[in-house]
Design a protein around this ligand. Structure first.
Ligand code: E4P
Ligand code: PEP
Length: 341
């Protein structure tokens, strides 16, 4: 059971609930978010039901949701949500193309990739300034210098920025540049980081952990939601399987499964899942056909020189076809390509 407190609830209101629940033999876990406090109750639900919690001072809503994830579930919020990044919607009715370089390397490379993304119809720019790498000897990203490049490219192109944060200590800094924070597959169950991004008041894209079940993924999203941030977009980016022909296996069925369980938008990353340029366009078609709310795609002006993930980056020659896919397929699904208008 979860109690959502009204924004004007006082400390006294919260303490009254915690006291009542504990006298009824239960435990109350208080989580203070940016705008709201949320209290999770553990114990005998039947006893809690007799406490008239909904009538207590400061209580906005009492949720008796049977799934372990509460705030992100469709039981709590039956309509599917739209998350806005700047003026760009991600949600039902549209397909949002997010594209850009895997890593920010130089100002010229980032601007060139942003122009490529825009030419294909992207309305959000992706690009990592902090790169989570398997090897500590691999390029780790430019850090704040990379964020400054992204901000300059945003000023030049008008594209809002989606960029990854890998450490809870950097959340404020990354959020001061980013329009949307990305939590990647490797940090998808870094609970301190999830709580930190939940507290900073910016939309968050949460990728699926490469070995996470759908329930674990949704519980990770619940960590962000519990801090008062429901501006969350989920991204299916492939999972670890026995198959080695692709980098990861895109779990395409996760898209409709998650859309039924959670009200949050679900997008697909055809670049990191397949890990191969030749698979990106076919997987993009599959993502749109299955009902994804968007796709996030790596593009690079010179992938043979890329410092990260060159083999999966689309090149100039792929852009016409990418543009055709994101403009022509969505109407067949009752959607339109998202613009920033
Ligand atoms: C990408 O954006 C990641 O940083 C990348 O996929 C990491 O993979 P690697 O470090 O194993 O090359
Ligand atoms: C990325 O999109 O830059 C990234 C690191 O992806 P993932 O976390 O899915 O590997």
């Amino acid at each position: 059971m979860v109690i959502v407190m009204a924004p004007e609830a006082t400390q006294q209101d919260i303490e009254a609930i915690v006291g009542l629940v504990s006298r009824a033999g239960g435990d109350a876990f208080v989580s203070r978010g940016v705008n709201r406090t949320i209290i999770g109750l553990v114990g005998d639900i039947a006893r809690f039901m007799n406490l008239n919690l909904g009538g207590m001072s400061g209580v906005a809503e009492v949720m008796r949701v049977s799934t372990p994830y509460k705030l992100v579930s469709r039981d709590h919020h039956p309509e599917r949500s739209t998350v806005r990044v700047g003026n760009v919607p991600i949600g039902p009715g549209t397909i949002t193309l997010i594209a850009g370089p895997c890593a920010v390397e130089t100002p010229d490379q980032t601007l060139a990739a942003a122009r490529m993304a825009q030419a294909a119809g992207a309305t959000l720019l992706r690009g990592g300034a902090y790169k989570p790498r398997t090897s500590p000897y691999a390029f780790q990203g430019l850090g704040e210098a990379g964020l400054r490049i992204l901000a300059d490219v945003r000023a030049e192109t008008g594209l809002p920025i989606v960029t990854e944060v890998v450490d809870a200590h950097d959340v404020e800094l990354v959020a001061s540049y980013a329009d949307m924070l990305q939590v990647g597959t490797r940090n998808a169950q870094n609970f301190g980081l999830l709580q930190a991004v939940g507290s900073v008041g910016k939309p968050v894209m949460l990728k699926r952990g490469m070995s996470a079940t759908i329930e674990e993924w949704l519980m990770a999203a619940e960590y962000i939601a519990q801090r008062g941030n429901l501006e969350i977009v989920l991204c299916e980016r492939g999972i670890r399987t026995f198959e080695t022909a692709t980098r990861n296996t895109l779990d395409i069925s996760a898209v409709p499964v998650v859309q039924r369980l959670a009200h949050l938008p679900v997008i697909v990353d055809p670049s990191h899942s397949g890990g191969r340029r030749d698979l990106v366009l076919p997987l993009t078609r599959a993502a749109i056909a299955v009902g994804a709310d968007g796709v996030i795609i790596d593009v690079h002006p010179t992938p043979e020189q890329a410092l990260c993930d060159g083999p999966q980056a689309l090149v100039d020659g792929d852009l016409d076809e990418l543009g055709r896919i994101v403009r022509e397929l969505p109407p067949l699904m009752g959607r339109t390509l998202a613009t920033g208008l």
